[in-house]
Design a protein around this ligand. Structure first.
Ligand SMILES: Cc1cc2nc3c(=O)[nH]c(=O)nc-3n(C[C@H](O)[C@H](O)[C@H](O)COP(=O)(O)OP(=O)(O)OC[C@H]3O[C@@H](n4cnc5c(N)ncnc54)[C@H](O)[C@@H]3O)c2cc1C
Length: 344
């Protein structure tokens, strides 16, 4: 029987470390338990939220409804004709999956080293770093349909991945709880090192020095130098997505601000570096009492001590508004906001 705990403290459940209480909380290690929790929430009229490693969520002080924490572990490998599949339970830490694959001599996931959170959270958010996204390695994932109680396997196409998004973030996708995910690792590994700092370190694709373990170590080193360590400083990683603008707007901005960092997209549209916009709006290192911008990385908002989700949202709105006033571009948050909407 599943245990449902009411008025449950979520203070230690997210990397941002905001103070929060869930109306109800349950942990489930089988699909039967997941469905029991779903039924209980339906009976009581509670909204249902799924929480993995809590590294990409901002919780409001009181989260109404049931916060459900899946606990599905295990990592195994399956040989395939063109490589190897590595299959991981939804709740495995993504970083453990990366380490395990390297220990097994399998390259392909090393660029994702040291991203906090679980395998399922990484699939939902299409996590990515240093030139690689989950979407490029996922073979399939298995999920529970909370409306029918049946399991369904999703192909990569069905996951409908986008920039930090997937089908599972849409209204239609929210009824699925991911149980496990399989990653296809290439039979003939080649390093993904076009990203500036990696290219500098390894000096080209043919470099003998670029082994999976060496790329993994370098990624960890680069990350440690510029990102806050979640054990010391609360954050959710990048707070804002890089905004995508239409061709005309991109041209206008580049003419006015030649140093603006942009990434060209199909059809003349452009993705703008949100960090550049924040810095150029005069917000470099900007901080209030409880929330601030991480001095080494303009996209990261940090908990300076005792912040609640409401403080984080207020601060983030201020950043968004200042960037919009200066550049006419609207920033959107990357983390999922639980217990309120972004514009509430
Ligand atoms: C210091 C730091 C650095 C970071 N660096 C990066 C980075 O380089 N690249 C990057 O992409 N991200 C980064 N992040 C963000 C974060 O680590 C990733 O988005 C991570 O993949 C989220 O996983 P999680 O388990 O913590 O998900 P959570 O935060 O728990 O949840 C995220 C979303 O997934 C849903 N979810 C979780 N589990 C399930 C499930 N089993 N079934 C269905 N839905 C589920 C939740 O409902 C929520 O909508 C960083 C965060 C921090 C704190």
């Amino acid at each position: 029987m599943i245990k449902i705990k009411e008025n449950y403290s979520l203070d230690d459940r997210t990397t941002f470390g905001v103070r929060a209480t869930a109306e109800a909380w349950a942990e489930a290690g089988t699909t039967g338990e997941l469905m029991e929790a779903v039924e209980a929430a339906k009976e009581r009229g509670w909204p249902l939220h799924v929480l993995g490693g809590g590294s990409n969520v901002i919780l409001m002080s009181r989260v109404p409804g049931l916060v459900l924490h899946p606990v599905f572990h295990g990592i195994r490998r399956e040989a395939e004709k063109d490589g190897t599949l590595i299959v991981a339970g939804a709740s495995e830490a993504l970083d453990r999956l990366v380490r395990t694959s390297i220990e097994w001599g399998l390259g392909g996931l090393e660029n994702l080293a040291a991203i906090p959170g679980t395998v399922a959270g990484a699939v939902v958010q299409n996590a990515g770093a240093y030139g690689l996204e989950i979407a490029e390695r996922l073979a399939w994932c298995r999920a529970l349909d909370t409306e029918t109680g049946k399991e369904r396997v999703f192909t990569t196409e069905e996951c409908d991945f986008g920039y930090r998004s997937s089908f599972f973030k849409t209204e239609a996708g929210k009824r699925f709880i991911i149980l496990e995910a399989a990653f296809r690792l290439p039979a003939r590994w080649t390093p993904v090192i076009a990203y500036k700092e990696l290219a500098l370190a390894f000096g080209g694709k043919d470099s003998d020095a670029a082994t999976p373990a060496a790329v993994e170590a370098k990624v960890r080193e680069i990350r440690a130098a510029k990102l806050p360590d979640p054990r010391e400083t609360g954050s959710a990683g990048s707070f804002f997505k890089n905004p995508v603008v239409a061709k005309l707007k991109a041209r206008e901005l580049i003419t006015l601000h030649p140093s603006l960092v942009t990434y060209p997209l199909a059809g003349g549209r452009a993705k703008l570096a949100a960090g550049w916009l924040i810095d150029a709006a005069g917000l470099k290192g900007y901080a209030e009492e409880k929330v601030g911008i991480w001095p080494k990385h303009a996209l990261i908002l940090v908990n300076r001590g005792g912040a609640a989700g409401e403080d984080v949202l207020r601060f983030a709105h201020e950043v968004r508004d200042r960037v919009e006033r200066r550049f006419g571009v609207e920033l959107e948050p990357e983390p999922v906001i639980m217990g309120a909407g972004w514009d509430d």
